[in-house]
Design a protein around this ligand. Sequence first.
Ligand code: ATP
Length: 242
Amino acid sequence: MLKVNNVEAVYSKIILALKGTTLQVPTGDIVALLGSNGAGKSTTLKAISGLLYAEDGQLTDGTIEFEGRLLKGLTPDVIVRHGIFLCMEGRRVFKDLTVEENLMAGAFTRKDRSNIKKDIEKIYGYFPKLQPLSSRKAGFLSGGEQQMLAIGRGIMAKPKLLLLDEPSLGIAPLLVKEIFQNIKQINKEEGTSILVVEQNANVALSIADYGYIMENGRVVLQGDAPSLLSNTEVKEHYLGIG
Ligand code: ATP
């Protein structure tokens, strides 16, 4: 479904952030993109979603192909319409809008307006904690609740591919587990393909089909999730159980 092929990306014409990144997301799979700080994970998501240009970045080599279509040169809003939705790090929900208004905002590209109410109920099914908060302003939610809302808003766009940037960031461990189980359920029930960037390799690989590990702008290791979880090198460097 998604093929990132040998992609090179620079910021401000001089900072080389991706040095030939190659990865794939097959239809219906959850793929984890792991690695330490500054490895190039977020830049990969920005390159896919067209947001690199907004940060004075550009692709200088390689190709990104989604369902057989090259994404190069497409603006972020066109890429959303092709079915790719990015949930950014730091959540970025609309803090002055209510939970329900945020969810409705996620559906802005959709033509099937009549199903929106029904889909909002579905989001409350995936994230039961959000239902009693439906008329509360998003700015008053906890970090974990805002993260759930950000993912729920993404699902309201009915994307084919959901890109998640560090959903565990700054969230209590128990809630992290819950959010990842919710992500797995969405993948199963909606059939949404998911590419999730995480520093918490353990929790991401617990729901993923396949994983890539990036270092210094390149993929240095890849494999299906069980094999990465049992790989000694991965255990020592990324799982914190040396
Ligand atoms: P983190 O988890 O810390 O966000 P990451 O793996 O997502 O790490 P990136 O954010 O993709 O890493 O950063 C890759 C490299 O690009 C780093 O060296 C970073 O300093 C640089 N970089 C990222 N964003 C910008 C930007 N807007 N302008 C200039 N350099 C940037």
